[in-house]
Each structure stands twice: as C-alpha cells, then as structure tokens.
Design a protein around this ligand. Sequence first.
Ligand SMILES: Cc1ncc(COP(=O)(O)O)c(C=O)c1O
Length: 359
Amino acid sequence: MSRVYNFSAGPSALPEAVLEKAAKEMVEYPGAGMSVMEMSHRSKEYEAIIYGAIANVRKLMNISDDYEVMFVQGGASSLFAMVPLNLMSDGGEADYVNTGAWSDKAIKEAKKFGKVNVIASSKEDNYTWYPELTADMITPKAEYLHITSNNTIYGTKVGTLPKINVPIIADMSSNIMSEVVNVNEYGMIYAGAQKNLGPAGVVLVIIRKDLLGKARSICPTMFDFKIHADNGSMYNTPPTYGIYVAGLVFEWLLEKGGIEAQQAENYAKADLLYGYIEESTMYSSPVKKENRSIMNIPFVIGDEELEKKFVKEAKAAGLVNLAGHRSVGGMRASIYNAMPLAGVQVLVDFMKKFEADNK
Ligand SMILES: Cc1ncc(COP(=O)(O)O)c(C=O)c1O
C-alpha cells in the first residue's frame, strides 16, 4: 500500500521528506553511533538538536528576545491548567472566549483556580462563527484573555485581535505556523505539536518573559513555566524524539521559504476547497464566511447516509480521515502544512465525481 492523503485533525500527516529523513537517521544519528531515542538529553548531540529546534522556531516566527521559547509535555490539555496556575493570581480572574470544545475545556479547567469570565461565545450556534473581539469587552480586573485561535472541530479562526493591555494567551494548537502572526500581539502562545509541528506529546510554548515567575505557590513544579524556561526545556527528561522530529519539520519549513511561503500555499489549498464547496450544489459549509479556518474545513451534504458513503468511498480512493468530528457529523478535511496542494486537488476531484455519481 502506498501512502494515502491523510486529512486527520490530529495526529495528522507529517511531511514525507521529514519522515524519510527521520527514517534514514533512525538507527544511527550522524556522528552519534546511536538513535536519537537512545541519546542522553544532556549529551552534546541532543543539546544541538533541541536548541537548534528552538532557534528555528524563533527564526520562523520572528520571535524577539522578550519571549522565551520552550517545549513542555502533557499535551495542550495540560496547558489548560498551567495557564491559570501561572498567570491568574489567587483570588484573581481571567477572561475567556468560548469558541468550541477545546475552549470549553480550558474554561472548565481555569474555573478550578479562580473567576472565569466568558466574555464571548458562539456556543448557541454550535460554534459556527467566531465572535469579534473588542477592547471594551475585557473585564477590568482580568489578568489575561484566553482564546483558541483556530477551532479544530468547527473550522473557525479568530479575526483581528483587540488592542488591550492584558496579555492575550492563545491556544494555537491547530493553526500555529500556518500563517504569519505577530508574536508581539500575544502574552503567550501554546500549541500541541501533533497537527502542524510534529508527534503528539510535545507542546510548544512561547511566552513573554515578564509573565514568568508568577506561578502560585501551589503550582506543581512541572507546571511552572519559569522552571522550564530556567532549565532550557530540560528540567526533566523532555520528549526527546518528538522534539527531534519537530526540529526536522522546522528545517523543512525553512527550506520551503518559511511561514510566508507556507501561508501562500495554505490559502491556495483552502481557496481551492472552499471554492468548490461554494460552487457545488451538493456540499455546503456550515461556517460563517468571514470566520473560516484555512486548516480545518468542515462540509456537509445534509444526508447522513450519503455522508457515510462519501467517507467510505473516499477512503477506498486513498483519501482518509474525512469524517467530521463525532459531535458535529458531516465531513472535515484537515489540511495542515504537510498536506500538499496536490492532495487537496485530488480531494476536490473526488468530491466532483461523487457529486456527479450521486445526484
Ligand atoms: C485547539 C486544540 N486545543 C487543544 C487540544 C488538545 O491537545 P492535546 O490532545 O495535545 O492535549 C486540541 C487537540 O486536538 C486542539 O485541537
């Protein structure tokens, strides 16, 4: 069986060139005489790998020295607790925007640690749009504003960020490095790796240095951002192999021309798919036009049997993981950085044929 086009929401497709390089170096990393998996994280070879990866994140996202860049563990879900434990003072409060299941989880977790103000939500419309965020919405005592910049399940993304004095904390798990962002607009960005960056388990954290050192006294050591920053992401044994593969992804992105080049490709992919959905009389998008994600694209036929048939026949044609999330149904194509334009073209061609055959 040859490789398929994998439209999974995550873990998702990795660039083939990255997998091939990892395979080539799997048994013996050049000059080390062993696999990266077998290396001490304190070795010179591994230090070069992890700090090389961090340096490339800085280069790709144009991150200034005002920010710390590090890797932590426990998935993006651990950050739902780490953020309030580090950034919401005892008895303090924070503002959250509810734009989907992941925001909802972040809100539930933060409520364990203090007052959470849900300042905007699209829940009543099954998260099919993204609220416009303006400075006057912010609670005067809020210590930060938490947003999910891209909603993996519903296929929406945030618009313009409000100009506010409180730090904006973004869960960027499903759209990090998909387009150029101005890191300076954020207090902190975090992202689980398993969509655009690498294997699951690794979490990338970019945090403004003045936000470090504010963790509550009850904050577990492993949840304290300053501990990870002070120890160069190696307070304990980091997920060494996952970080190595993420490092290969960063090199691949740089070789392609960085995030600007990737952004152009991503918009071409999204335009191709949305363009056809708009044109078709069979498929439609449930997402408000102005709020559409370029990474996760849900679409429906409106007939459950036909949708099941679509997913089944697509799979047989080598287009896999196209079923929508179990909470929304329909279909969803996740077209992260590793999905080539050619893959989206094959999907659109399949959709056209399916439409013609099932009219
Ligand atoms: C936007 C977003 N946030 C958080 C998560 C949770 O990530 P993890 O499974 O790494 O905890 C996901 C997972 O899909 C996600 O899409």
